[in-house]
Write a protein that binds this ligand. Structure first.
Ligand code: NAD
Length: 296
């Protein structure tokens, strides 16, 4: 099985990163978004990141242009019909993903490998929305995709071993290190990470410390590269809340449940870095200001 052309669906935080690393590894990559405007936004984000690499001297201007030329943003699903591997990275919503996979099943070529970048939804359920469950895997990248080395590869009861091997090799070609996970909610990383992040919010709600102090404590006391609230803002509070709900739904353990403060921030449109405000306000990117707690 050879992967020549890659398809990526959704060009948000994760999809744009996945498309960037696929094109950087030399794969012609088709990116599907919901509108022309979102295509442009996604491509613009990729261009900016490549531009920064050129400025730092990690990428030559020639390579930067070659990567951009390998990327094509489209709004029509039929443009994915030639892809050998299609990676879905749309919003973490079960109904949306199932509906998308049902629609794609009649469009993608029969030999294509289908993959979802979901953080917590059932790969088994998605694969059963298609007529070729044996060609379906979970391919879970981490944010920011161009920087983070890990990819969780999720094999289901029905995944063809050759498909699994091909995807493992693909992860290697992207310069990533794969780990194999089973199809249980949250896979490995989020199963352990979500209770920690939700506990940090509960600690804040119960007055254990301020946002800045809890972040500082976990960074300096545990050697983490960033504290839990900075990380939540990076992940996206809407995404983190959806993941927590899904993992809670599977295990029914309170430690996975999203706390009220997280739900209220999401309802208020504070999604984290991507919306400019989350647990911190990024109006001044050089000096993010923590949320005022008396207004939580
Ligand atoms: P995001 O909101 O930044 O991006 C989602 C994109 O999908 C949006 O641009 C949206 O326009 C597009 N989209 C929605 N429906 C679509 C459709 N039917 N067709 C084409 N495009 C569509 O979300 P994200 O953070 O990139 O997350 C995407 C997926 O990756 C989710 O499943 C999430 O759980 C997973 N994930 C997220 C992270 C993270 O840290 N944010 C990490 C690993 C995995």
């Amino acid at each position: 099985m050879q992967i020549r052309e890659v398809g990526v669906i959704g060009c948000g935080l994760m999809g744009s990163g996945i498309a960037q690393v696929a094109a950087t590894a030399g794969f012609p990559t088709v990116v599907l978004e919901a509108s022309e405007e979102l295509c442009q936004r996604g491509m613009h984000n990729i261009s900016q990141r490549l531009e920064r690499l050129v400025q730092k001297g990690t990428l030559s201007p020639h390579e930067g242009t070659a990567i951009q030329n390998r990327l094509k943003a489209v709004t029509d699903k039929s443009q994915l019909s030639n892809c050998d591997l299609v990676i879905e990275a749309i919003i973490e919503n079960r109904e949306e993903k199932l509906q998308l996979w049902r629609a794609l099943d009649g469009i993608l070529k029969r030999e294509a490998i289908l993959a979802s970048n979901t953080s917590s939804l059932s790969i088994t359920e998605m694969m059963m929305a298609t007529s070729r469950p044996e060609r379906f895997v979970g391919l879970h990248f981490f944010n920011p995709v161009p920087v983070m080395e890990l990819v969780e590869i999720v094999r289901t009861i029905l995944t063809d071993p050759q498909v699994h091997q091909t995807v493992l090799a693909f992860a290697g070609k992207l310069g990533k290190t794969p780990v194999c996970a089973s199809d249980s909610a949250g896979f490995i990383v989020n199963r352990l990470l979500i209770p920690y992040l939700m506990d940090a919010i509960r600690a804040l709600e119960q007055g254990a410390g301020s946002i800045a102090d809890i972040d500082r404590a976990m960074k300096l006391g545990c050697g983490h590269p960033m504290g839990p609230f900075v990380l939540l803002d990076f992940i996206g509070l809407d995404t983190a809340c959806s993941i927590a709900n899904i993992v809670f739904e599977e295990f029914r353990e309170p430690r996975f449940a999203p706390p009220g403060l997280l739900k209220r921030l999401v309802i208020a449109g504070r999604y984290g870095r991507k919306s400019g405000k989350g647990f911190y306000d990024y109006s001044d990117p050089n000096s993010p200001k923590p949320l005022e707690l008396d207004r939580r």
